[in-house]
Design a protein around this ligand. Structure first.
Ligand code: NDP
Ligand code: MG
Length: 383
């Protein structure tokens, strides 16, 4: 049976790989709705290949620029309301949320409320509002299926929900572009250097997050909510080969790990096909003999300040993780624009967290308000 899918962020790194997976398995999946931001060249090709019933772009200007080039009958929408329309499209059964950043929150909530399962790559949503999102999903009986490779690995090693048999989750970290440098050696690094990730090809924001280790911090918070587990039971270790994607340790000392070559199509495809597995055309097989050995090291949280900040914000709870995320989004965008240095990113995040009065058990509105206030505050620090 064809699985009908909506994709948010179709032109991005996860989005294009999602469409690769769909393309590789004719007859398995159908793209009923898709959204992208500004990349009309790639977006239009996708529309003509997959014929979604509805398309959303970032703004009215972009919508006007492509309207004449759409196949007959394709509905065109834009902006945040448009994203929500794509997310809840009546024909689709599953939403792949692969937009970058907090813009993914409202469409996720709308999709859950309309009873869709969600393959969630957009970790910022779970960081901002993990409690609200997971409670809503439970109430409406929809599933949040991890796409992030670490969480997909844990999901596969858990065989279901976390229970009293789980001792801890062990999330692996590649260490990002600067894993061999000391903090002193990070003074003056360029955007170009930061964008060179040793193991993964990803969007710009997450590549910077990997270099600061904020990505791991966001992933710890993501794991807390996806698997309903305490922060005390989530550990992070450095594993530079990115072959073990994460592990689950059980109370009897058994550790289950998920291994594979670094290829995001594997977790994306599993999120679409589970519990079945499909072959992966062009996928590189893991050859352990070729790799020879795997390495593990303790992470230094003085060096990787963002990881410590994320644990702190996560444990504080309430609006703190939303503040962490918003400050980080603004700081990373400023770094990518050449406005601030690399080491300024964690300083800005820390400053925003210190200045914030946490609201416990926040409503969605309070979370969004904390997000917006933080963005303004961090932008004012930049001036
Ligand atoms: P990219 O930057 O490559 O892609 C982002 C996508 O979102 C693009 O299609 C972009 O459109 C669209 N988009 C961005 N801003 C807006 C907006 N305001 N309105 C509408 N659309 C928008 O990101 P990635 O694919 O790397 O990451 C997506 C998410 O997945 C992130 O949350 C990331 O943390 C997570 N993730 C990514 C991994 C990876 O390997 N890349 C691994 C694990 C998680 P356009 O380009 O057309 O403007
Ligand atoms: Mg990851």
């Amino acid at each position: 049976m064809m699985r009908k899918i909506s994709v948010l962020g179709s032109t991005g790194s996860i989005g294009t790989q999602t469409l690769d997976v769909v393309r590789s398995h004719p007859g398995e999946f159908q793209i009923t709705a898709l959204s992208f931001g500004r990349n009309a060249d790639v977006g239009l090709k996708q529309i003509h290949e997959f014929h979604p019933a509805i398309v959303c772009v970032q703004s009215k200007a972009i919508a006007d620029s492509i309207r004449q080039q759409l196949p007959l009958g394709t509905k065109l929408v834009y902006g945040e309301d448009g994203l929500i329309e794509v997310a809840v499209h009546e024909q689709s059964e599953l939403l792949v949320n692969a937009v970058m950043g907090s813009i993914g929150l409202k469409p996720t909530i709308a999709a859950i409320e309309s009873g869709k399962d969600i393959a969630i790559a957009n970790k910022e949503t779970l960081v901002m509002a993990g409690q609200i999102v997971t409670e809503l999903a439970e109430k409406s009986g929809t599933e949040l299926i991890p796409v992030d490779s670490e969480h997909s690995a844990i999901y596969q090693c858990l065989h279901g929900n976390v229970d009293s048999e789980v001792q801890r989750l062990i999330i692996t970290a590649s260490g990002g572009s600067f894993r061999n440098r000391t903090r002193e050696e990070l003074v003056g690094v360029t955007v170009e250097d930061a964008l060179k990730h040793p193991n993964w090809q990803m969007g710009a924001k997450i590549t910077i997050d990997s270099a600061t280790m904020m990505n791991k911090g966001l992933e710890v918070i993501e794991a807390r909510w996806l698997f309903d587990i305490a922060y005390e039971k989530i550990d992070v270790i450095l594993h530079k080969e990115s072959i073990i994607h994460s592990m689950v340790e059980y109370i009897d000392g058994s550790v289950l790990a998920h291994l594979g070559t670094p290829d995001m199509r594997v977790p994306i495809q599993y999120a679409l096909s589970k519990p079945e597995r499909l072959d992966l055309p062009g996928g590189k097989r893991l050859n352990l003999l070729e790799i020879g050995s795997l390495h593990f090291e303790q992470l230094d949280t003085d060096r990787f300040r963002c990881l410590a900040l994320a644990y702190e914000a996560g444990k504080t709870g309430g609006t703190a993780p939303a503040v962490l995320n918003a400050a980080n989004e603004v700081a990373v965008a400023a770094f990518l624009q050449g406005e601030i240095s690399f080491l300024k990113i964690d300083e800005l995040v820390e400053e925003a967290l210190t200045a914030h009065q946490t609201v416990q058990s926040p409503s969605l509105e309070e979370i969004i308000a904390a997000d917006e206030e933080t963005r303004e505050k961090v932008r004012s620090y930049l001036k």
